[in-house]
Design a protein around this ligand. Sequence first.
Ligand code: IMP
Length: 181
Amino acid sequence: MKIYEKFNINVVFSEDLIQKRISEIALQISENFKNKEVLAIAVLNGSFIFCADLLRKINLKTTVDFVLLSSYCGMKSQYKVNVILGLKENIKDKNVLIIEDIVDTGVTLDFLIKEVSFKKPKNIKTCVLLNKKTSRKKNVSIDYSCFVVDNSFVVGYGLDYNGLFRGLPYIGKIEGSLSNE
Ligand code: IMP
């Protein structure tokens, strides 16, 4: 029995659907950035799996950097972003693609866009796996979005609940209590 099977998780986006959608988005990015080099900046921890799959499907010269930001505690956004690990790459005059797992209030993405802009890139585009449109506090620009989700809390494919469930190959909602954790 797989370890997460004891939890009641309702699949929202299956593994196949996720991979199919990422291929479509990767194709769009490859066409839009044709003949250009792209610096991908992925937000840890949540986007590590998405970033790995997306970059392998993008047909461009890419480099990658990671930032570790935290704004969530359990199932609640804290509206304040902490930088735990910052940018290391030189960003000036580069075509930056920010890769984020999920945009909820928009506070994290807004913060990162401002941090990156400050370093004078040539341009900044954003690519998100999930767009939770209903709880926005900051008006952020999203250039590529794989899926729109409602306001419920989802896990899997990099997304966690208190650090767990990131390794699920699909995205789902946890039903009921987590007491048998
Ligand atoms: P925001 O700053 O409120 O937009 O939140 C963005 C961050 O909150 C994401 O990078 C995730 O780490 C986390 N987050 C928001 N919603 C969820 C969810 O449904 N599941 C897991 N993490 C979430």
